[in-house]
Ligand binder design. Structure first.
Ligand code: NAD
Ligand code: MG
Length: 395
């Protein structure tokens, strides 16, 4: 029995993970679930999965009624509140596998704790790698943790690499290039001058994937692909020049690896996150994920294109941030989280997300160390800066 902690259980990835787990009760047991503020859904999940522990991360919530409700289900379920409890769960000795499915840099401490304590870490929270990729990869190496990417593109690349691939070994493995695919989001064909009018509802309606709001907006700006470039560089030990972003609007090919002999290996499937989640849970074996098989007769065509820099300025910013090194990616990520939440709250326009991000990236020097405390300080500094710019835009 694998004991699994699902952090961010009430989100899109969390619920998909629980859907896969529910199909294999003989193999996976839910040890812990976390949610930020959706107590109704957390209680429902607790009833269904009977975990040993629950974590509510929002400290402003009064959880007395919730605790009573859980006690009426099972008095032995422990309830903890606050972000520190995530770290305790992620490193608990009873836990074998941690699904890191929190959104944003809020997931960093628990991802790092799981890596440091040698867990099998199923990493959906790409922001952890963007903010502190070097530290996270180092922690994995030191502890002997198993890091399996859940982001569909990185999971696809992982499936297309030689089984003995080790980070940094791209040339030894005979790899010419890693091809990271992206759909281009809902505004791929809009006239560029119309993008200023995009509403949060339009940005959250992704043509192929059903996801949380933040990543949906990131997909529309292609900041998501930018964050994924950084994620891939850390995971696979490559430089930005060893990777190419390819637009593929149908999201059937989830990414590819191109080898020096001319072979290109691709991973294909439905745009359904249960496939990479199931592969993470069962690796190196495979289990049923509840996903419909691909019907090639129904896929009329697979098309490919190059992303347009003018349409997607955030993609370029992310590549620049990774190349600059230091805390630049942490700054960009923090500014972007603030800008996206301001856009979702109708405080700034869609195209102003990139403007806020660019100003933060160009204005903030690395003021703190590159250890975890320094990166967190830099993240806070970038959020303050971004909020001050957002305030100016609002006026
Ligand atoms: P979501 O918004 O649907 O869910 C986020 C989860 O995190 C929820 O359970 C929420 O309670 C929790 N959360 C929110 N703020 C928190 C905070 N401050 N502290 C602790 N917990 C908090 O998001 P999602 O779409 O499931 O994405 C989760 C992560 O997975 C993101 O990093 C995203 O980039 C990545 N990812 C998602 C998809 C997808 O298809 N949804 C695909 C690839 C990668
Ligand atoms: Mg992805």
């Amino acid at each position: 029995m694998q004991q699994v902690a699902v952090l961010g259980a009430t989100g899109s990835i969390g619920l998909n993970t629980l859907d896969v787990i529910a199909r294999h009760p003989e193999t996976y047991q839910v040890f812990a679930l976390s949610a930020h503020s959706n107590l109704t859904l957390l209680a429902k999940l607790a009833e269904q999965f009977r975990p040993r522990q629950l974590v509510v991360t929002d400290t402003s919530l009064d959880i007395r009624d919730f605790s009573q409700q859980i006690a009426s289900i099972d008095t032995s379920i422990g309830i903890f509140q606050g972000p520190e409890a995530l770290v305790d769960v992620a490193s608990a000795s009873d836990v074998d596998t941690v699904m890191a499915a929190i959104v944003g840099a809020a997931g960093l401490a628990s991802s790092l704790a799981a890596a440091e304590s040698g867990k099998k870490l199923l990493l959906a929270n790409k922001e952890s790698l963007v903010v502190a990729g070097e530290l996270l990869m180092q922690a994995v190496r030191h502890s002997g943790a198993t890091l399996l990417p859940i982001d569909s593109e990185h999971n696809a690349i992982f499936q297309c690499l030689p089984v003995d691939y080790s980070a940094g070994g791209i040339e030894q493995a005979g790899i010419a290039k890693i091809l990271l695919t992206g759909s281009g989001g809902p505004f791929r064909e809009w006239p560029i001058e119309e993008l200023v009018k995009v509403t949060p509802e339009q940005a959250c309606a992704h043509p192929n994937w059903d996801m949380g709001k933040k990543i949906s907006v990131d997909s529309a700006t292609m900041m998501n692909k930018g964050l994924e470039v950084i994620e891939a560089c850390h995971l696979f030990g490559i430089t930005t020049s060893q990777l190419e972003v390819v637009l593929h609007p149908q999201s059937i090919i989830h990414s590819m690896v191109s080898y020096v002999d001319g072979s290109v290996i691709a991973q294909l499937g439905q745009p359904d996150m249960r496939t990479p989640i199931a592969y993470g849970l069962s690796w190196p074996k495979r289990i049923d994920a509840g996903v419909e098989p691909l019907d090639f007769r129904q896929i009329a065509q697979l098309t490919f294109d190059t992303p347009d820099e003018q349409r997607y300025p955030c993609l370029k910013l992310a590549i620049e941030a990774f190349e600059a090194g230091g805390s630049a990616a942490a700054v960009l990520n923090a500014a972007n989280e603030e800008a996206v939440s301001a856009f979702l709250a109708n405080q700034i326009g869609f195209t102003q997300i990139a403007e806020v991000n660019e100003m933060a990236l160009n204005s903030l020097e690395n003021q703190f160390g590159l250890d975890i405390d320094g990166l967190i300080q830099q993240d806070l500094r970038a959020r303050e800066f971004a909020r001050s710019r957002i305030e100016r835009i609002k006026q």
